[in-house]
Design a protein around this ligand. Structure first.
Ligand SMILES: [Zn+2]
Ligand SMILES: [Zn+2]
Length: 279
């Protein structure tokens, strides 16, 4: 397993707290891990095939143009935002420590794989083969680490997957609920779902559960200014040094705006200590 990285070099660790970190979109980043690439393609295939089944077996048979167009637009909007967020999480440098990084004031140890002095929050990822700042975890479905520079996109990915799955579950569940309310069900009624609808239901349930678990865990790590590993294994429930709002701004951008919901907008990456003053 290896990574292909084009890094233009950074000196953020010696630049001091006043200097913004290098914008992550200035780098090209893609992890050449066959399992990760396969999982990431599977995630896209599930969303795209789910959308195809939704149209072919659920929306079009309704013969209601308003119903088809309205739900088609909602599904396409949410699914497109989810896939765009997935792509940006995968292709954004999560916060790699430069190879051969010299020791600085925040250096706590040395990585023999990267030959780099590493700061307090960084740890080495064996899949990416790099030390990543504030490394939360390596996600095979994203084929990348989740670190401080791509956490916003991962958060958006889980949110839009959750909303897309909820929309599909409502489309499947509301007609069943209506038929039950009309008294069309009795003790002898049986449920027989066609295979495509069963596939759509399972994909939607899987997406919904994934989104709920990941969204809740990410909100916890962001609010507490920790990583998932720190929350699980180290002095777990102590609060972060800064407010929840300041920690959220450090991930999503320094000003609360609609841009927080856009996977196309790159947040400004400042150290959280600066946001503390704004919170
Ligand atoms: Zn390393
Ligand atoms: Zn990794």
């Amino acid at each position: 397993m290896s990574s292909w990285v084009q890094n233009h070099g950074t000196s953020e660790h010696s630049a001091g707290l006043e200097t913004p970190l290098q914008a992550p979109n200035q780098r090209c980043w893609f992890i050449l891990d066959p399992i990760g690439i396969l999982c990431a393609m599977a995630a896209w295939a599930l969303v795209l095939s789910g959308g195809w089944v939704l149209f072919r077996d659920l929306l079009i048979p309704s013969n209601n143009m308003l119903y088809i167009v309205a739900n088609g637009v909602v599904f396409h909007l949410l699914a497109s935002l989810a896939l765009a967020s997935h792509l940006r999480t995968m292709l954004t440098d999560p916060g790699s420590v430069p190879l051969g990084n010299p020791p600085g004031p925040d250096t706590v140890s040395y990585c023999t794989d990267c030959h780099s002095a590493i700061p307090r929050t960084a740890c080495h990822c064996t899949v990416c083969q790099r030390c990543i700042r504030k490394n939360d975890h390596h996600c095979p479905w994203i084929n990348n680490c989740i670190g401080e520079d791509n956490q916003k996109y991962f958060l958006l990915f889980t949110m839009y997957i959750g909303l897309t799955s909820t929309h599909v579950l409502l489309l499947l569940g509301i007609p069943v609920l209506c038929s039950y309310m009309r008294g069309e069900w009795d003790s002898s009624s049986t449920v027989s779902l066609p295979a495509p609808i069963l596939f759509l239901l399972l994909v939607a349930i899987m997406g919904f559960l994934f989104a709920v678990v990941m969204l809740c865990s990410q909100m916890c790590v962001i609010y507490s200014d920790k990583t998932t590993t720190e929350l699980l294994y180290q002095n777990t429930h102590s609060g972060g040094r800064w407010s929840k709002c300041a920690n959220m701004k450090a991930v999503c951008g320094s000003h609360v705006s609609l841009a927080w919901l856009s996977p196309f907008h790159s947040p400004e990456h400042y150290k959280v200590s600066e946001h503390h003053d704004m919170a």
